[in-house]
Each structure stands twice: as structure tokens, then as C-alpha cells.
Design a protein around this ligand. Structure first.
Ligand SMILES: Cc1cc2nc3c(=O)[nH]c(=O)nc-3n(C[C@H](O)[C@H](O)[C@H](O)COP(=O)(O)OP(=O)(O)OC[C@H]3O[C@@H](n4cnc5c(N)ncnc54)[C@H](O)[C@@H]3O)c2cc1C
Length: 395
């Protein structure tokens, strides 16, 4: 039976990076994936340009039942370290917005970089491979694969979360955790569009494709200032994706469609200068015309001129546009979610090495555990940082 110093399951962001670093440190590493090519999510990421990290990475950008868990790994392998590697490979990049770094050309470059780093570490990669069973004894782990069995003293689970089953996502990592008696926290889709109740959806469907700057706030007070996109299924755009990670079914979200405008002052000023101007045309100076027309058809905007607009109507209008209460019907779920919230309980793991406290030699890295980042490169940075911490421990 073939033996390896470390076996890593999942050739995604975390698994490839960990394999490369451990291999380069001298370990004999086997990297296993169920897909026919490595790094499939990386290829799809950032609209094909991979938002590979964020300049402003900090622990506050991560959700976890233990918010302190991510601190050590993020501090030991930082965004600057990963940028250094990207630069070393001559990959050109740019900041798009809010510290989000993307490849100038293609996400394929990040996958090629990781493959090259794995080759440098003499990593053995087996694709289209299933792990049918894992047994543990005092010396380590025996993995039954389709075809043969392999042995290792150190087993790393990097099989990711449940989002995008079409890209190979499976609950494998959670099942391994449970097999070894580790707690797995309930999972749900994160960074995912909201769906709307039928009546509201029918009313807003004409707005499909309209995007507006917004501030969206969850019932727990968390809010994001980014754009909101109306879609044929509901609401999307960066602000909505971000907020979805903080939203619980049944809750309302509050939407400010004019976050940069003092609407009362704007209307008063316009009323002084153009009293006969229609309210609709006045609002169209601040909001997309299609949105204003739709809201007027839904009788959310009165069909009046500015001089006809009374104090009560103005107050109601400001409330509707700047404190719109929406109760999402749900989310689009794992089919379109970028990440999975929850997962292997971090209390079961060492924050320094990612090793299971109760099961020496068993490690979890990346998205499979209960650490989920905001939109904007934070999730890949967690993959790199947790993988690096683990690779250091595999030496
Ligand atoms: C469409 C999309 C776009 C995204 N864009 C960004 C972005 O731009 N920036 C960002 O930071 N984050 C982005 N994310 C999130 C990011 O891709 C993930 O957080 C990250 O890939 C997690 O890395 P991972 O290595 O833990 O898991 P993954 O990258 O998901 O890798 C897990 C690997 O394990 C394999 N696997 C699963 N089950 C098994 C099994 N039973 N046996 C063998 N192998 C198995 C899978 O095939 C996969 O290759 C995006 C996600 C999606 C879905």
C-alpha cells in the first residue's frame, strides 16, 4: 500500500495551496479531488478574473461562532504574503473597488500558479478520485480509494462547503468530522441572492437589470453600502449578497435607495426653484427612471407636482425610499451561493495548526469549517491563510 506523509482531500484553493507549501517543505504529499481538473471554483470566481484577496483583510470581515478563531492564521499568512506570490509569478492584477484584488487577465493564472507551486513541491495529484472510506489506527489513517488504498500519518480535509454542487461540492468534510466525533454546526447558503414573495416579485419584475447604490441593513443592525440589483427572481448585487450572510428566514431588511442624498433638503430646494416640476421627474434626477416609473405605478410615489406635495406625503416618500422594509421569501440557496455558512465547529480545532484537538493527525482547512468571509476576496484569503497554518504544522 502506498504511503504519504500527508494526504489532502480537495484540490480547491485551500487544498492546492496547502499541498504546495507542505510539499515544498519536504513532505511527500498526495492531493485528491473528485473532479477532472483542480481549482474549479477558482476558475469561476470573480467573473473569471478571481478576486484572490482583499487589501483590507481583517478578522472583522469573517463570520464564525468563534470570531477569534481566524485571527492567528490571518496574521501569520496575510494578504501581502499572497500578493507577493502572485507577483513572483508575474500575474498582473488591479484593485477593482473596496480593496478587492482581481487578475487583469484570467483566474486561470491563479490555478496555473497553484499547479506550478504543487509541481515544485513534487505533490502527487489524483483527480476523478473518490474516498470510499477512512480508517484510523495508532499509526495514522488508511483511505480506501476507488481502485486501491493509501496510508498517511496526516490527513487534511479541504473539501469545501456545499455551494455550487455543479462544481463538485459535497458534504464529505462534514461527514468525516462526524465520523471522528467532531461537532458540525448547521450549514446554510451565504453570499446569495434573495428571492421575493410572489406579489412583490410580480410588481418589481419590470425592474430586472436595474442597479442602484444602496445601504441595506439587517434586523441585527449589520449594514452594507454597495449596489443593489433587481433581478427576475428577486434582489441581488453586492449589498444583498453581503447582507444574506446575516439574514435569518422571516426577518425584514431595510433598504435605503438614496444613501447619499438628504432627500428632504433636495425636495425643498427643488420645490423653491421649480414648483411646477413633477415629483416623478424630480426623483428621476436621483434614481433610475425605470425605478421611479415602477414605484409610481405601484402608487408608492404620488402623481403630483412639487408644490402639491404635502408634508405628510413627503415624509412617507422619504420613508419609502430611504427605509424600504422588505421581507425576502428566502434565498436562491446553494445552487447560486458563493459560500456555505457554518460547518466544522472551530472549537474542535487548533487555531494555530487547524488540527482536530480530539483527533491528532486530522486537519480541516478552508471553507469546510465555520469561518465565512464577506464578499470581496476574503474567502480566498481564508483558504490561503488556513492552508498555510496547516502546512506549517505538517512539516
Ligand atoms: C461562483 C463563485 C465565485 C466565487 N468568487 C470568489 C472570489 O472572487 N473571491 C473569493 O474570495 N471567494 C470567491 N468564492 C468563494 C471561494 O471560491 C471559496 O470560499 C473557496 O474556493 C473555498 O476554498 P476551499 O479550498 O475550502 O474549497 P473549494 O475551492 O470549494 O475546493 C474544494 C474541493 O474539494 C473537492 N471535493 C469536494 N468533495 C469531495 C470529495 N468527496 N472527494 C474529493 N474531492 C472533493 C471539490 O471538487 C473541490 O475541488 C466564489 C465561490 C463561487 C461558488
Amino acid at each position: 500500500m502506498e504511503k504519504f506523509d500527508a494526504i489532502i482531500i480537495g484540490a480547491g484553493a485551500a487544498g492546492m495551496f496547502c499541498a504546495a507549501m507542505a510539499g515544498q517543505a519536504g513532505s511527500r504529499v498526495l492531493l485528491i479531488d473528485n473532479g477532472k481538473k483542480p481549482g474549479r471554483k477558482i476558475l469561476m470566481s470573480g467573473g473569471g478574473r478571481c478576486n484572490f484577496t482583499n487589501l483590507y483583510t481583517e478578522p472583522a470581515a469573517y463570520l464564525s461562532q468563534n470570531p477569534h478563531f481566524c485571527k492567528s492564521a490571518l496574521a501569520r499568512y496575510t494578504q501581502w504574503d499572497f500578493i507577493g506570490m502572485v507577483d513572483k509569478h508575474g500575474i498582473a492584477w488591479h484593485e477593482k473597488t473596496l480593496g478587492q484584488l482581481f487578475c487583469d487577465d484570467s483566474a486561470q493564472q491563479i490555478v496555473e500558479m497553484l499547479v506550478a507551486e504543487c509541481e515544485k513541491g513534487k505533490v502527487t495529484t489524483r483527480l476523478r478520485s473518490e474516498v470510499l472510506g477512512i480508517e484510523r489506527d495508532e499509526q495514522g489513517f488508511t483511505l480506501q480509494l476507488n481502485g486501491d488504498s493509501v496510508r498517511t500519518g496526516k490527513l487534511v480535509i479541504a473539501s469545501g462547503g456545499l455551494s455550487m454542487p455543479g462544481l463538485g461540492a459535497t458534504p464529505f468534510g462534514y461527514k468525516v468530522a462526524e465520523q471522528f466525533g467532531l461537532k458540525v454546526l448547521p450549514t446554510r447558503a451565504g453570499l446569495v441572492p434573495f428571492t421575493l414573495h410572489k406579489q412583490l416579485l410580480e410588481q418589481l419584475q419590470v425592474l430586472s437589470g436595474v442597479s442602484v447604490p444602496s445601504v441595506i441593513t439587517a434586523e441585527n443592525g449589520v449594514s452594507f453600502r454597495e449596489s443593489l440589483l433587481f433581478t427576475h427572481r428577486g434582489l441581488s448585487g453586492p449589498a444583498v449578497l453581503q447582507l444574506s450572510s446575516y439574514w435569518e428566514p422571516g426577518e425584514y431588511v431595510s433598504v435605503n435607495l438614496l444613501p447619499d442624498t438628504d432627500l428632504e433638503a433636495f425636495l425643498s430646494e427643488q420645490r423653491n426653484d421649480h414648483p411646477n416640476q413633477s415629483l416623478k421627474n424630480t426623483l428621476a434626477m436621483q434614481l433610475p427612471k425605470r425605478l421611479v416609473e415602477c414605484l409610481q405605478q405601484l402608487e408608492q410615489i404620488p402623481d403630483v407636482t412639487l408644490k402639491q406635495l404635502n408634508v405628510r406625503q413627503q415624509e412617507e416618500l422619504c420613508d419609502k425610499l430611504q427605509n424600504w422594509q422588505v421581507q425576502p421569501n428566502g434565498t436562491e440557496g446553494y445552487r447560486t451561493a458563493e459560500v456555505t455558512l457554518g460547518g466544522v465547529d472551530t472549537n474542535e480545532l487548533s487555531s494555530r495548526t487547524m488540527e482536530a484537538k480530539k483527533v491528532p493527525g486530522l486537519y480541516f482547512i478552508g471553507e469546510v469549517m465555520d469561518v465565512t468571509g464577506w464578499l470581496g476576496g476574503y474567502n480566498f484569503q481564508w483558504a490561503w491563510s488556513s492552508a498555510w497554518a496547516c502546512a506549517e504544522a505538517l512539516r
